[in-house]
Design a protein around this ligand. Structure first.
Ligand code: HEC
Ligand code: HEC
Length: 542
């Protein structure tokens, strides 16, 4: 059996395709020279997991990285998630099935058919309110800010709503395999310790204690795009920060707070369980203690204060933040989908229909030209020839991406759980997505060729895409377990709607994660799905 399928796969490969491999055959790329900074990797991962989930990190004291990346590594909210660079869109809208696809054709199989509806708006993720940074109050999660009502598109009835990103939120799971981060690759491979750009001139260097003196030393770490990425959103005046916040102020705030002080942590959390406080919120260990455990002393041990009264650790906060978040996210590897098992030789791992879909994926659909290798992505380290491609999801003039309307050929594992799809979040179902590819894309592109599929072939391709889900992700089992979290999901008048997600331990949830389509169709709100966005928030709110 194994021989037969292997034979068929090899024969049918499209030109330029990268043969598929199990992700179990590929380790997360290491960052050379990391040991010069890090002395305890376990402590680094614990620090990164706390940073990632801590709602106190945002300027409002309630926005974490996880706020936009809590559901199979992506976002699962449906209200106030729309933005448009051209500023015409309904703020605070609750998304429904009939909004999707954003571009609707009379005949989904024919790109030349009548356009019934078309919108340049984006389904992104709500971040913070637009405020100007006025300072931190040590011991308080919420910072001082002044309302900046200069974005009228994020006002409803005279009241400000949270601003929304202009791109859809991709999953952080398996992101460690990309050479460059973001849809357009602007998070560099090289981490400069301070900004996402990788350019040395954009960074002052780390503050290091050498021979009793504090000196600046340039940071240049390769294979570290997750660190480059992580230093972006935290000071971004839309995602997590009030405008003008500095790293030192953020460091001072975070070191004054109990990690995850607003959130419960499961006693059997795979990483943080050993620091959990029983039924109490937060961890028994402080951020400074975790930094000291994780990093070499030359980066934090100076007793002298620098200008402005900041500690060495405050000043080096971007270095700690970037490297800790990279280390934690590097543990978010999902390599045990039915496809991975099949490629490892377990021929029973895929059903006959899924195998038919696999065949179409490699031949008729030509999908492996861009979603091949172990990563199912051309943007990894092993098969990076088609990393950024123009597939005609939108007109290149609306969003240039990495140039000329090209976007990252993203990995596809767990795709069933991470809708809506594409950089603009324009499609809600995998059927809509397969239609898009079969009709040869929606806008001009040189990369997608149309192909013909029967309804049963389409169903097979969708079934195959569903076979890319790792059950550990679906049930939030370790390493995908997490602390409690509350996320804002739109507002009624001045009152925000907060949704709660309970703390999950290593054994995961009893119920599987809800898909975006199920959320829009109202399936799973009865407790048969996890993260159905119906649970009340129990963490303290401002
Ligand atoms: C307000 C929502 C929001 C918050 C908060 C947020 N992100 Fe994201 N994240 C996004 C969006 C949107 C993108 C895609 C942006 C783009 O490509 O232009 C993204 C992209 C990423 C990527 C790149 C994945 C890929 O495919 O290249 C990673 C990794 C990531 N975020 C991690 C983080 C971390 C770590 C934090 C906290 C420091 C964070 N995010 C905070 C919305 C958010
Ligand atoms: C020429 C390269 C190329 C080919 C061929 C290709 N893709 Fe893609 N794929 C991309 C790029 C680039 C993106 C991101 C496009 C965007 O968001 O604008 C993408 C996005 C996706 C996504 C959405 C990912 C997400 O997280 O939103 C899925 C699913 C997908 N592709 C599946 C397929 C399937 C199935 C096929 C074959 C029928 C296919 N792709 C063929 C390049 C390609």
């Amino acid at each position: 059996m194994l021989f037969r399928f292997g034979f068929v796969i090899a024969l049918g490969l499209a030109v330029g395709a990268q043969p598929l491999r199990s992700l179990k055959t590929l380790a997360v790329p290491a960052t050379p020279g990391l040991e010069g900074y890090v002395r305890d990797r376990d402590a680094l991962v614990a620090l990164g997991k706390a940073f990632f989930w801590d709602m106190q990190a945002g300027s409002d004291g309630r926005t974490s990285c996880a706020t936009c990346h809590f559901h199979a590594g992506a976002d699962h909210r449906v209200q106030n998630q729309i933005a448009d660079p051209n500023n015409v869109f309904p703020a605070n809208l609750r998304l429904t099935m009939d909004v999707f696809p954003l571009r609707q054709l009379a005949d989904p199989g024919n790109r030349a058919s009548t356009v019934l509806r078309d919108s340049a708006m984006r389904v992104g993720s709500a971040g913070t309110f637009r405020r100007l940074f006025k300072g931190v109050v040590p011991g308080e999660a919420a910072e001082l800010g002044e309302e900046a009502l200069d974005h009228p598109e994020f006002m409803v009835g005279g009241l400000p709503v949270r601003r929304v990103t202009v791109r859809n939120t991709p999953s952080v799971i398996n992101a460690a395999y990309y050479q460059r981060g973001f849809w357009d690759g602007r998070a560099a491979r090289i981490f400069n310790g301070f900004t996402p750009s990788g350019v040395a001139a954009d960074a002052p260097g780390a503050l290091v204690l050498r021979d009793g003196r504090l000196v600046r030393e340039a940071v240049r770490l390769d294979a570290a795009s997750l660190a480059s990425q992580a230093v972006g959103p935290i000071l971004d005046h839309l995602e997590m920060s009030y405008g003008g916040r500095t790293w030192q102020e953020l460091g001072r705030k975070m070191f004054s707070l109990r990690p995850l002080g607003l959130q419960r942590v499961a006693a059997d959390d795979s990483v943080l369980g050993r620091y959990a406080r029983g039924g109490e919120r937060g961890l028994v260990i402080g951020y400074l203690e975790l930094v000291r455990a994780a990093f070499q002393p030359v980066y934090w041990e100076a007793t002298e204060l620098v200008e402005g009264g900041y500690s060495q650790a405050d000043v080096n906060f971007p270095l700690f933040w970037g490297l800790a978040l990279q280390a934690y996210q590097s543990t978010l590897v999902s390599n045990d989908s039915p496809l991975d098992r099949f490629l490892d030789g377990d021929t029973a791992a895929l059903t006959a229909q899924e195998r038919e879909g696999l065949q179409l994926f490699q031949t008729t659909g030509r999908c492996t030209t861009c979603h091949g290798g172990a990563e199912l992505s051309g943007a990894g380290f092993t098969g990076g020839r088609r990393a950024f491609q123009r597939t005609g999801v939108r007109d290149a003039g609306e969003d240039a991406g990495s140039g000329g309307g090209s976007f990252k050929s993203v990995g596809l594992r767990n795709i069933e759980l991470t809708g809506p799809y594409f950089h603009n979040g324009g499609m809600a179902t995998l059927e809509q997505l397969v239609d898009f590819y079969a009709r040869g894309g929606d806008f001009a592109n040189g990369a997608i060729r149309s192909f013909t599929v029967t309804p049963s072939q389409k169903a097979a391709l969708v079934a195959f895409l569903r076979a890319l889900t790792d059950e550990r992700v679906r049930y939030e089992r370790a390493p995908f377990d997490h602390p409690e979290l509350c996320v804002p999901m739109g507002q009624e008048g001045a009152v925000e709607n907060w949704v709660g997600l309970g703390a999950v331990g290593a054994a995961g949830n009893a119920a599987p994660l809800q898909t975006f389509e199920e959320l829009l169709r109202g399936v799973g709100g009865d407790g048969s799905r996890a993260n159905a966005m119906t649970e009340a928030c129990t963490a303290p709110l401002p």
